[in-house]
Design a protein around this ligand. Sequence first.
Ligand code: NAI
Length: 336
Amino acid sequence: MSHNCTLIPGDGIGPEVAQATVRVLEATGVDIRWRRAELNEAIILEAGKTLPQYLLDSLHETRVGLKGPVTTPVAGGFQSVNVALRKALDLFANVRPVRTLPGIKTRFSDVQIDMVIFRENTEDLYSGLEHEIVKDVVTSLKVITRTASERIARYAFHYAKRNGRRQVTAIHKANIMKLADGLFLRCCRETAAQFPDIQYKELIVDNASMQLVIRPESFDILLLPNLYGDIVSDLAAGLVGGLGIVPGANMGETHAVFEAVHGSAPDIAGQGKANPTALMLSAVMLLIHLGETNAANTLQGAIEKVYREGKHLTGDVGGSASTEEFTEAVIRTIKG
Ligand code: NAI
């Protein structure tokens, strides 16, 4: 069976890791027809629009995207493409599995980390509603709704149930933001009550950050509003070896866009040394979404084997291989 899929290479290291990922997907033998949609800072500035129509048209047609990172200007400039895309397609659940890979030396190599982060993806402080009331006084609105909170909570618990996970931890700051985080937490509790087989816990976000560093292996599923989810994702990535290896998916009712946690990494762009593992593992999630379970297992197994052997790893995880050498090693393993 063939699948149509939108490919958004992005900018920075995006095109390098996207190209590597398309090659390993090809090697699995799955027939994917790519619709390539360019999106980068230059195009956005020229179009004067964060999301060009051809990109939305393509995603409405294919319903599935594989996306590289896109640079967002800091403190000014255009709105984040990523935030705009998640809102436009109502990709309400950001799912980020954080797992120890074999063969990487980290401070936590002696424990097995296996957690999945469920981050609400459409509201919170990412509403982009900011204004300067008077000179040098700025407000930024944190929007929390029952609809979005219940939706992400249900998604996380359903995932836990389907995948035999034991525990969901809701992470919040409801001691301070009693109304906003209070509503999020209430929705998590009400949803938890419908899943009595799954243990439910709550942690305040500052304590959760410390616990994650002290006992990362004790976490299973993490359920968070948008901003905490964003920050905790990078923290969690650091526990297993960095941003180069942590995948993600933006899931909605009708569309899904798969992308790594990392950004466009301008510091290493164009040098051929970016680690494509995070986008390749995002592609494993894409294959599962497409129902291509065998290919997903093959790709996941090949990546793990290359890590176990440890001979073709990129610099960020302690090796000296280029993006190309790592990719070739994964392809050889798939074909071997
Ligand atoms: P970043 O994730 O791009 O980089 C942080 C650090 O991790 C850098 O030292 C980088 O070299 C390293 N790194 C990231 N991915 C790597 C990989 N695959 N292999 C090896 N090393 C890797 O975060 P930063 O620098 O804060 O953001 C850069 C730009 O990316 C910003 O414009 C930001 O807005 C954008 N961004 C875009 C995202 C997206 O499109 N989904 C997500 C996060 C940031």
